[in-house]
Design a protein around this ligand. Structure first.
Ligand SMILES: [Fe+2]
Length: 279
């Protein structure tokens, strides 16, 4: 049975200073600020036609989003996630990071025959960002494929969100639960680490070689490449056939909120997954 999960829709990061977050994500990433609310401690950015990024500052006795209050949703802390860029933009990206005074690390994730140089850096809140080259002519298309973007010259030319890496304390239970409870397509795991890959699409696919697909990575708590952590208490949004995810979530007995066709679920590890109907 194909996975009901269609694509990566957005993610929410926890920050301790909202204006600093807005400054970083508008100036360094060039994202459009859609909405910000100091009182609620929230800022919401457009990434592209299908994806968004949200910042939440935790405030005592107040939910950033009252709709998700029953699930005790929080933004992710120290989350590793990746942006899609065109491979030919990598050099310019490194120069832009230098101009902003942001240290970066380059790692080649490819093979000698097909290099895949990738750049890692941190935002001011300890989230680990990655710039990953994406081959727009690759046949492995996500539901909402990335497209070339125009961003201000001082901003990184990011096309879309590529991957989110979450930490799970009980790795073995996670590997069973994610396909069962949400229908996520398990692709493979790494031989040398507790690191499972889920393809955000109907079928598991091979990762790498510039694939434009989106990914959920699930790790045991560990420090991965370039000192990046998987996120804790993340809030991640996916496009999905919601009517196919809901019976799974009910059968699993997980706390959830269904409103306006959107299904939000609290995973036993404290992550909140929100499933949005296709656009
Ligand atoms: Fe990564």
């Amino acid at each position: 049975m194909p996975s009901p999960i269609l694509d990566l829709a957005g993610l929410t990061l926890e920050v301790n200073h909202l204006p600093r977050g807005v400054r970083f994500y508008t100036q360094v990433l060039g994202l459009d600020l859609i909405h910000s609310d100091e009182e609620r401690g929230t800022a919401h950015f457009r990434v592209n036609d299908a994806q968004t990024l949200t910042l939440w500052k935790p405030i005592t006795r107040q939910a950033n989003d009252p709709r998700l209050a029953p699930l005790r949703a929080r933004g992710a802390s120290h989350l590793h996630y990746a942006w899609q860029i065109q491979p030919e933009d990598l050099g310019r990206c490194k120069a832009i990071l230098d101009e902003h005074g942001l240290p970066w690390t380059e790692i080649d994730l490819g093979t000698p025959g097909r290099p895949d140089p990738t750049v890692y850096f941190f935002d001011p809140f300890g989230h680990g960002l990655e710039l990953r080259g994406t081959d727009l002519s690759d046949e492995r298309r996500p539901t909402y494929p990335p497209a070339p973007v125009e961003r201000p010259s001082h901003a990184l030319p990011v096309m879309g969100l590529r991957e989110v890496a979450l930490a799970f304390g009980d790795y073995a239970a996670m590997k069973e639960r994610l396909p069962r409870a949400y229908g996520l397509a398990y692709a493979k795991e790494q031989e040398d680490r507790d690191f499972a890959q889920f393809t955000l699409g109907p079928e598991p696919e091979p990762d790498g070689n510039g694939t434009p697909r989106r990914w959920l990575y699930a790790w045991d708590p560990q420090v991965g490449l370039a000192d990046m952590f998987g996120g804790d208490h993340a809030l991640v949004q996916f496009y999905a056939h919601v009517d196919e995810v809901l019976p799974r979530v009910r059968a699993e007995g997980l706390p959830h909120v269904m409103e306006d066709g959107r299904l939000a679920v609290r995973d036993p590890e404290g992550h909140v997954f929100e499933f949005l109907p296709p656009l």
